[in-house]
Ligand binder design. Structure first.
Ligand SMILES: Cc1cc2nc3c(=O)[nH]c(=O)nc-3n(C[C@H](O)[C@H](O)[C@H](O)COP(=O)(O)OP(=O)(O)OC[C@H]3O[C@@H](n4cnc5c(N)ncnc54)[C@H](O)[C@@H]3O)c2cc1C
Length: 707
């Protein structure tokens, strides 16, 4: 049974934090297992405590089990060219640094004087003056509470980043207790590295620049240095320039020595004094410089208040993500409340769904992110992002199919795939993610994918975007933040995508349907001239990833297209059926009928969106393949007028609101062998169906039942 009546404020350098319900000091495997079993049995949360120098704990304390590893032993193994030191997690970090310096072992000296324990050092990959733990760490041993097993992690397994690691990820946080860490040093024979001088100098500078926790409570740098367009910016400088240096807020303050440090100035500051001060700074820096600061300090026992703006698929994905992070979530959507944008300042974080326009006045000076930004910030895998006005879904799916057939660990996420935030715990650095990226998602994204695919860009969503420039500029974010090790795969047949080549730092690979090899245009199940551009894009991506040509060709030829988009359903008695229910306006229907050389029976109509059918009427009248048009739905009379007005000479059969089974039977009866029945309605579906998917599914089912 763990000790009681302990207080966090006595165990942290901030000297802040409430009571601990159950406190376990452990130093053997047996004791760790016992503490884990106690938590499991009593269904209690675990918090792993080190030296308490990087945490801000709520005054309410922690209602679960706090485990502190206290073993401090050190083991040294010397080889011909290297030395390996294994230190137990409870050892003070600076003791280890001191030992390494005294033994002329280079690698940790710049991290002299960092408070805390060895066990915590990999959690946020501590660092100072150009050195980081990741550069010297060889491996570590940890206890996994869930499985009850001790595991070894190599340096690579730790997935280190700037103040980040595998263990700091939300899904792994507090799941692994590190018991020891091994460091590898090179042996430099007979060379005096003057490490002691470096250490002495660093300790002197730290004494000047940092606040000493023995004198005033603090946790070192409170914020991480933000990375903007690939460059690290000094958070301290931003806070200083925003005028916060030395400013007090209730019992807390910003250090007058160093604006990056928040202090327990009065010695009796509450956790909310520091927390609120940090929020004021984050909001002010965002307002003044447009940059979002992220805390480096970890919060314990706080409920993060997160508002999710817009409750579509991505809003729901974000809701699950923040639920896992134990945040307090509020869903805000105009569907539920017309004043949904009121009082956004109350929240620690606002998550904007892509449908919500980002430059609304209510979103100014608020800490806003998006589900896609969260994904890019946390995704360890290589992202293949596809944008364009049309064809994103088809291209993304084809890339996915080819890479899957080539045996790659690949996921299709976003609009047409899985909810992407849900993938974060599953994917690894060797995975690939294919994402369809719309202008709504790209508009304020500050990262670009490893492989950016740019299809043709015309105009779209002008009811949402303020101007054409804004639309194109949003799309440009797909390449804007790429680095030299990235790839931009660009359609060279059009001016707009071509102009993206000048913006990216990535290697540019141009593609076009005219340069697509003949073999990729033959024997396809995928119809439509426009789809050749999508195939050309997917082939370029696959080739650059080294996929064998025979796998690419086979995948392209077997690809049936997306569901409800010129999708091949089946051949029955010599008649082939295509489902293009996604065509809810005349333009895609025009593209669809141009895709066939066979006689077509076209199923047209649905509910009225106030569209004109005159252009479609002319196209059908001029098209030699369309022999029969079956009219359905409310908008039927309008379409018949347009067809007659254009002089259409084929037959028109008006089935009005007949059920889909009858429509399909009628189409089948009226189509010759070798002909095509094409459902491409050029209208919305709501008069007869739930939505376009329901319409397409009913069509497919009726086709399957034909005899
Ligand atoms: C004055 C001052 C200066 C600082 N300077 C620097 C600096 O220059 N560079 C820098 O990177 N950091 C710096 N820090 C931050 C801090 O010292 C480091 O992050 C340190 O590694 C925290 O160690 P800790 O043992 O105190 O961890 P704690 O604060 O107790 O815990 C931090 C995190 O590690 C986890 N953890 C602790 N022990 C274990 C374990 N054994 N197994 C698994 N998880 C564990 C905790 O659960 C928590 O998530 C400074 C802090 C202060 C107060």
């Amino acid at each position: 049974m763990g000790e009681r009546n302990m207080q966090f404020k006595d165990l942290t350098t901030f000297k802040i934090g409430g009571p601990i319900k159950h406190f376990f000091e452990v130093k053997s495997d047996k004791e760790i297992i016992k503490a884990g079993e106690f938590a499991k049995k009593n269904n209690l949360k675990i918090f792993i405590l080190g030296g308490g120098s990087d945490i801000l704990v709520n005054d309410k304390g922690f209602d679960g089990v706090v485990v502190k590893y206290t073993g401090k032993k050190l083991k040294v193994k010397s080889y011909k060219l290297k030395v390996i030191i294994t230190a137990e997690a409870g050892m003070a970090w600076d003791e280890l640094v001191k030992f390494s310096v005294e033994h002329n072992l280079q690698g940790l000296e710049c991290m002299s004087g960092i408070p805390g324990t060895v066990g915590a050092s990999p959690i946020q990959n501590i660092g100072a003056y150009g050195e980081e733990v990741k550069d010297t760490l060889l491996s570590l041993r940890a206890f996994e509470f869930k499985s009850g097993k001790f595991l070894n992690f190599s340096n690579k397994d730790c997935e280190f980043g700037y103040r980040e690691s595998f263990f700091k990820k939300p899904e792994n946080w507090q799941k692994y207790l590190i018991t020891s860490v091994s460091f590898k040093f090179k042996k430099y024979k007979d060379i005096d590295l003057s490490l002691q001088n470096i250490r002495d100098e660093i300790l002197r500078v730290r004494g000047e620049k940092l606040e000493n926790p023995k004198e005033v409570g603090n946790a070192g740098s409170f914020f991480k240095n933000p990375i903007v367009e690939g460059h690290k910016i000094s958070a301290g400088l931003l806070i200083d320039k925003a005028g916060w240096k030395g400013k007090s807020y209730k019992g807390a303050a910003v250090s007058a020595k160093n604006a990056l440090i928040l202090i327990n100035k009065s010695g009796e500051a509450s956790s909310s004094d520091v927390y609120e001060l940090s929020k004021l700074i984050i909001n002010d820096v965002k307002k003044k410089f447009g940059i979002t600061l992220e805390p480096e300090v970890q919060f314990v026992g706080f409920e993060r208040k997160v508002a999710i703006l817009g409750y579509g698929l991505e809003g729901q994905d974000a809701e699950r993500y923040f639920k896992n992070k134990k945040a307090k979530i509020k869903i805000l959507d105009q569907k539920f409340d017309k004043d949904y944008l009121k009082n956004l300042g109350e929240y620690d974080l606002v998550v904007r769904s892509p449908g919500v326009y980002p430059y609304k006045p209510e979103l100014k000076n608020i800490n806003v992110t998006t589900p896609i930004q969260i994904f890019f910030d946390n995704c360890p895998a290589r992202i293949i992002g596809v944008t364009g006005t049309k064809g994103k879904g088809t291209t993304s799916t084809l890339i996915y199919e080819i890479l899957k057939n080539a045996g790659k660990d690949i996921y299709l996420a976003g609009n047409i795939g899985k909810p992407y935030l849900e993938l974060l715990p599953i994917i690894s650095p060797t995975s690939y993610i294919v994402l369809e990226l719309s202008s709504f998602q790209l508009i304020d994204l500050t990262k670009s994918p490893h492989i950016a695919v740019v299809l043709n860009i015309t105009l779209d969503h002008m009811d949402w975007h303020k101007s054409r420039e804004e639309y194109v500029s949003s799309k440009k974010n797909i390449v804007r933040y790429q680095t030299v090790s990235d790839l931009a795969i660009i359609n060279s047949e059009y001016e707009v995508p071509k102009s993206f080549s000048d913006l990216t730092r990535a290697k540019v690979i141009l593609f076009s349907k005219s340069k697509l090899e003949k073999k990729y245009k033959e024997n396809l199940l995928l119809r439509g001239e426009h789809n050749l551009e999508n195939i050309a894009a997917a082939v370029s991506v696959s080739k650059v990833l080294g996929i064998k040509e025979d796998i690419i060709l086979k995948s392209v030829r077997e690809f049936k297209g997306l569901e409800h988009r010129l999708e091949l359903v089946k051949e029955v008695g010599g008649v082939t059926f295509y489902n293009d229910s996604f065509a809810t306006g005349p333009q895609p229907t025009i593209a669809a009928i141009r895709s066939f050389a066979e006689p077509i029976t076209l199923i047209l109509g649905g509910s009225d969106k106030g569209l004109s059918y005159d252009e479609l009427g002319k196209e059908i009248a001029a098209n030699k393949q369309v022999n029969k048009v079956i009219i359905i739905g409310q908008v039927g009379p309008l379409i018949i007028r347009s067809l007659n007005g254009a002089g259409f000479r084929g037959s028109i059969i008006n089935l009005r609101l007949k059920p889909m089974v009858k429509i399909v039977e009628n189409a089948f009866r009226n189509t010759p062998r070798g002909g095509v029945v094409l459902l491409s309605p050029a209208a919305a579906s709501f008069d007869m169906f739930k939505n376009y998917k329901d319409r397409g599914s009913q069509f497919k089912e009726a086709v399957q039942n034909l005899k």
